[in-house]
Write a protein that binds this ligand. Structure first.
Ligand code: ATP
Length: 350
């Protein structure tokens, strides 16, 4: 196998405390992987006068993938490049219960589903502005029947659902469903928003004809949210527009032990990058207690992407063992161990 290159951006606040030992663990597996460290954010501003210098972009481009710690502040521009610049349109967020992890549910055993979140459009175009700027367009609210011009002072945001953007993420989800239980659940607010969320469902239904080996069903997103909490076992692969996926994947993490276990990978046709679903956890920065599981599970997703699938499987099994023994867990999942101690325990169980 030819050697692979991973660009590592450790992130901000508490993120590096989880990313660094995760990468150390992956390094210790002696896989044929080179690691490069693009400089972004504040240090890049100091050194190069810009948060995402050409050198950093080139390192990201040259790598087979990027492992990214959550960012706040100026390094966020690297995230924009990895997502919109590299067109990583499918955000895969698994929720799998590891016995030994705390859960609010009485019977969390067996929860194992994936949220595929459209990653580039919907409200995340971030095209927002003042309502008065739209007043000359003659737009009328379909619910209040009032012209927008009469709404008074306020703001708007554009929600865009495109055919290409929807089709590629839905296709990705159908393909993923084929590798699992051949079940796909589509959700959006298609009853209230037929032109946008309804369009997303319409395209899903079209593709369902092509993927007739996958059983597709759909729920309105509020109904889906209730089902997600009441009976998450029913789901396998699910797919939804960006905002719903962002919110519901954090809710889903709560079912299986919290954000400390929330893994995530963003896939496009030519590139993928891997970043845990949680943020920078600024409130626990500097304490060496951030749960590394999300980053370790994310690393396993990355290893799969790089075709080190047996190492990925062993890493997942090692994490399962550490939760099952319950001896070396960070405080957020009921233990007293430090981040480094938990990583060491996972390495020992590998
Ligand atoms: P973002 O908007 O970037 O998602 P946020 O500030 O909304 O960030 P997080 O940084 O994810 O959210 O933090 C939310 C809460 O979850 C915080 O109390 C944080 O300490 C906790 N948290 C997040 N990730 C972890 C983790 N890996 N281990 C322990 N606690 C975590």
């Amino acid at each position: 196998m030819s050697s692979k290159t991973v660009a590592v951006i450790e992130g901000d606040d508490a993120a590096p405390e989880a990313v660094a030992p995760t990468i150390n663990l992956v390094r210790s597996l002696d896989l044929d992987i080179d690691f490069t460290y693009p400089i972004v954010g504040e240090p890049a501003i100091e050194q190069f006068g810009t948060p995402l210098p050409e050198e950093a972009k080139a390192m990201i481009d040259d790598a087979d993938t990027t492992f990214f710690g959550s960012t706040s502040g100026s390094s966020g521009v690297a995230l924009l490049y990895l997502r919109w610049g590299k067109v990583t349109y499918a955000n895969v967020r698994p929720s799998k219960y590891f016995p030994g992890a705390p859960s609010a549910l009485a019977k969390p055993e067996g929860i194992d589903f994936i949220i595929v979140r459209e990653n580039l459009e919907d409200l995340y175009l971030r095209t927002e502005g003042h309502l008065q700027d739209l007043s000359n367009l003659g737009l009328v609210s379909k619910t209040s029947r009032k012209p927008l011009a009469e709404l008074g002072e306020g703001r708007y945001a554009i929600k865009a659902i495109t055919r290409d953007g929807s089709e590629r993420v839905l296709r990705f989800a159908f393909e993923l469903a084929r590798t699992r239980r051949h079940k796909l659940t589509v959700t959006s607010k298609y009853n209230m928003l037929p032109e946008t969320d309804g369009y997303f469902l319409e395209i899903a239904k079209e593709l369902a004809q092509e993927y007739d080996d996958v059983e597709m069903n759909h729920y309105i997103v509020d109904d889906f949210a209730c089902r997600l909490v009441a009976n998450p076992h029913q789901f396998d692969v699910t797919v939804m527009p960006n905002l719903y996926g962002d919110i519901l994947s954090d809710a889903a993490a709560g079912l299986v032990g919290g954000l400390g276990l929330a893994a995530s990978g963003c896939y496009g046709d030519d590139y993928a990058y891997f970043e845990s679903a949680h943020g920078t956890a600024p409130d626990i920065a500097g304490q060496n207690i951030i749960n590394p599981t999300a980053n370790l599970l994310t690393a396993a997703m990355m290893l799969n992407y790089l075709d080190f699938s047996s190492a990925a499987e062993r890493l997942n099994k090692a994490i399962t063992k550490v939760y099952a023994s319950g001896d070396v867990l960070t405080p957020d999942v009921g233990g007293t161990a430090s981040t480094n101690e938990m990583c060491d325990a996972v390495r020992a169980a590998f």
